[in-house]
Design a protein around this ligand. Sequence first.
Ligand code: SF4
Length: 229
Amino acid sequence: MQLSFPLDDDPLLPKVRARLRAGAGPCRDEPRRDPVSQLVRSMLGSKTRDEVSIRAFEQLHGRYPSWDALRQAAPQRIERAIWMVNHAARKAEQLPQALRMIVARSGGLALDFLADLEEEAAMRWLGDLPGVGPKIAASVLNFSTLRKRELVVDTHLLRVGERLGLLPAKPDYEAGHNGLMRLVPEGWTADELYELHRLIKSLGQTVCTVRAPACDRCPLQDLCPRRGC
Ligand code: SF4
């Protein structure tokens, strides 16, 4: 099927948000982690289901209550605490590397200074850390106590965005993040982007699933060029 892609001022994204919000109601905020804790949590969560990565995060934090201790830990020991996540060996290497790099570049193990940077500069700063792509960088900025105006684009947002024609075919995380951020109206706040992430992710987990999208009960079916495909 030939899809046409929306212009930047296409009103489809606000309609999607309004429709999902009408069905789900306003989304409740959750307790926020400090940005370094959110970085660790998000790195563990890459390509791993939430319930598994939350368990790994709690186990890791139990063994290393201070992230400074994690910074100095041997990867083999870290891997034993996070064995349940996908790519555990690679993450066990990258976690202390990223923490060491934060200290080397900023002089301390904290990321609160990112609050003073423009969003794009903060995304670039985080993106230079090992193992940190646009999804993890945006989650540090938007999900943590920083509450910055970035949309976290995960696999659910990529899939739903592609099916709705908001994104081109097979977008990677960078194209997905940049493509959806271009469609976000200027007035939307950080908390509204947090809510948008939660609304679309929930649709992707329950209705617009990978193998069997339930278009007949999708609240977006009249907006979607891929309904029923
Ligand atoms: S109509 Fe179908 S393909 Fe389109 S967003 Fe809804 S579930 Fe996904």
